[in-house]
Design a protein around this ligand. Sequence first.
Ligand code: AMP
Ligand code: MG
Length: 336
Amino acid sequence: MKTIVIRFPLTANDFQKVVRILQAGGLVAVPTETVYGLAANALDPKALQKIFEVKGRPQDNPLIVHVGDRWAVRKLVSEIPESAKLLMKKYWPGPLTIVFKKSPKIPDSVSAGLPTIAIRMPRHSLIRRLSQAAGFPLAAPSANVSGRPSSTTPEDILEDLGGKIDCVIDAGGSYYGIESTVIDVSGKIPILLRPGNISIEQLRATLGKVRIARGDSLRPKSPGMKYRHYAPKAKLIVIEGRKENITKKIQSMLNRGRGKKIGVLTVQHPRAYRHDCVKFIGATNNLIARYLFRALREMDRKGIELILAEGIPEKRSGHAIMNRLRKAAGYNVIKV
Ligand code: AMP
Ligand code: MG
């Protein structure tokens, strides 16, 4: 299959072309404000099956359904609790996914057989307009091969899925760079399933009590928790603790590791280490989130064997960044 690449913003003709691909059950990588999504008709089991196949996604890992407007939610769920209404009012459109009790009409493969459905109304207008024009909600997991870092640039998508999907819409680098916050409101007390740009502090300010899912790989609260995620090909170690200790530890690992191809991800400055492969990914949480997955993929393209990454404080969106970084490392963490 030839994967066509279309530049954003789309001409009216290109927009119609993409709508027709989606209506024919095709797969389109679409920019959102978080990461690129691999979009398909959420109500077409065959199109959904293709998503699982090209990503190599485990069948029991459900998909997030993206809607064009708030009204589209009613048809997908069996009830909209008060907590969800508050969240939708405050954070939609935006990087927040809400898990509801699902309507019996929704294909099982979207929700991987669960009684719930995860829904988001993204801030990026293109995916909303495509859903509205196509006439159905769009299932859109991250546009990467399962297990790899999520795609935040068109190059990432082509590297993983080129030749396997119908179309990529090129809108440059993603704004947030990490996936949406996921909160489950289907039970009595809301549960944060995946941290993201909208933080636990913000959610608690809106809802009061919110639990943080402590699911481990044996008893996952969300199926996604079971699987290795965001992983570069290189071995990745996260060094956490006080800044001075982190710097000292990484420099000593570099000194001992001569001869090995080692890369460092730093949030201090590009010359924080005496070493030739140091990537500065930004000093604010916004920038770190935006460049984290890109930097991991860049290290792989350079043939780096071992990546040493500095940990950061877990306040606000730092929580989401550390969640991704630790998972990417397979929880290979050194505390100093
Ligand atoms: P991704 O498709 O890579 O953005 O991942 C979607 C995440 O949302 C995964 O961690 C899923 O397990 C989670 N998810 C999707 N639907 C549900 C659901 N109905 N209940 C709980 N978690 C869900
Ligand atoms: Mg993903």
